[in-house]
Design a protein around this ligand. Structure first.
Ligand code: SIN
Length: 306
């Protein structure tokens, strides 16, 4: 057989608990994420008839995810998915910001080949670590003939990358997905090239409506260090305390893009006649923030300066 024709699966590693090490394996809650390299994660995991290509894209706890790493990851996924002999891409990632990375990659790339993010809730040296099983499942998923697009493979489940959210802080299966999540039509999506070329990402602040929300930090930031965008995780159907709403309306008048989501885990925001600020539909607040970052990158020029 011509070696060049062997199908490949590309494994891109970014760190996370799946690559974590506990100082004492018997006390697996005390660990540091992002310690093992991609080669160590894959030890003993051959895939019949396929070549495994590996790259260590980052080595972080995903709470520290950055735009630079997103760009690097996007560039590597975009590079590999168009190679004829690549069957699919697996990305190892921490669970904490995995939903943001999954939404980002799916929205910008919409890959025709499978791209499976996978993770773990227990570090690699815990006796009952879930990482190896999740990684095997992800490698199996990208070999399926019907698999395409960005998904999250965890705890024997597969979630669509644009709909997944981490909804539990410590159980083995921390993810759920929402139904009918659509990217809002009024938010534009930049090309892959534009995202990769972006040298200064817009600033989009995320805030929560709550009892006593007075909008003071919105007014303070708009006066001194104005971000280009605000996402407000409103109460219930995306409602905002009248004082916060007034501050956000003033921010909008100053040129900031304001978007409402819901702080509820499920359901998003549905349109009402009395709406005065746009909303992000079914997107969660963190997805809405990714969508707004992308929308602002897609604009011909920055919308606001402080
Ligand atoms: C991380 O997100 O990198 C740490 C937590 C995890 O992977 O579960």
């Amino acid at each position: 057989m011509n070696a060049k024709k062997i199908k490949k699966i590309v494994v891109l590693a970014t760190g996370g608990t799946i690559a974590g090490q506990a100082s004492d394996p018997a006390k697996s809650e005390n660990y540091t994420a992002g310690q093992l390299g991609v080669g160590e994660l894959l030890q003993g995991m051959a895939v019949d008839g396929l070549e495994l290509v590996t790259e260590q894209v980052a080595q972080i706890d995903s709470k520290d995810m950055s735009f630079a790493i997103w760009q690097n990851l996007l560039g590597r996924v975009a590079h590999w998915v168009v190679q004829e002999h690549v069957q699919g891409v697996v990305i190892t990632h921490g669970t904490d910001t995995l939903e943001e990375t999954a939404y980002f990659l799916q929205t910008v790339l919409q890959p025709a080949k499978p791209v499976a993010l996978t993770c773990a809730m227990l570090p690699a040296n815990a006796p009952d670590s879930d990482g190896p099983g999740n990684l095997k499942d992800a490698l199996a998923w990208v070999q399926r003939a019907d698999a395409k697009g960005v998904v999250v493979v965890c705890a024997s489940q597969v979630h669509a990358g644009h709909a997944v959210q981490k909804s539990h802080s410590h159980q083995r299966n921390p993810f759920t997905s929402q139904d009918k999540v659509m990217h809002p039509e009024h938010l534009h999506v930049p090309s892959v090239a534009k995202v990769l070329a972006c040298q200064q990402w817009p600033r989009v602040e995320l805030l929560l409506n709550h009892a006593g929300a007075d909008g003071r930090h919105v007014r303070t930031l708009m006066a001194h260090d104005a971000p280009q965008g605000w996402v407000a995780a409103g109460t219930g159907n995306g409602t905002l305390h009248h004082a916060l709403e007034a501050a956000l309306l003033d921010a909008q008048k100053q040129g900031a893009y304001v978007l409402r989501a819901s702080r509820c885990a499920q359901g998003g925001v549905q349109s009402r006649e009395a709406d005065v600020l746009p909303h992000a539909g079914a997107l969660t607040a963190v997805q809405a923030r990714v969508a707004l970052l992308l929308h602002l990158i897609a604009q011909p020029s920055p919308q606001i300066q402080s």
